[in-house]
Write a protein that binds this ligand. Structure first.
Ligand SMILES: [Zn+2]
Length: 78
């Protein structure tokens, strides 16, 4: 397991996501952003919009995914 925070994934807080793969923590971040915005947390709105944009434009967002995968790969195991 490895840990990435909301802020490492482009968000505004230090909530930790744990996962076996970069996709795990990216999906956890997506859920976290949805929940935060649904709860009225305006600080997470921009990150939520950015994440939505990436789902709509996967090719343009490939650089971000590759950066996140590399960052995840470079992390130590928990
Ligand atoms: Zn957050």
């Amino acid at each position: 397991m490895k840990t990435m925070t909301c802020s490492q994934l482009g968000g505004p807080c230090d909530l930790q996501h744990h996962g076996e793969t970069a996709d795990d923590v990216i999906n956890a971040q997506d859920r976290h952003l949805k929940e935060a915005v649904a709860a009225g947390d305006s600080a997470h709105e921009q990150a939520r919009k950015d994440m939505k944009w990436r789902w709509i434009h996967p090719k343009k967002a490939m650089g971000w995914y590759n950066d996140m995968k590399k960052a995840f790969a470079d992390l130590p195991e928990d």
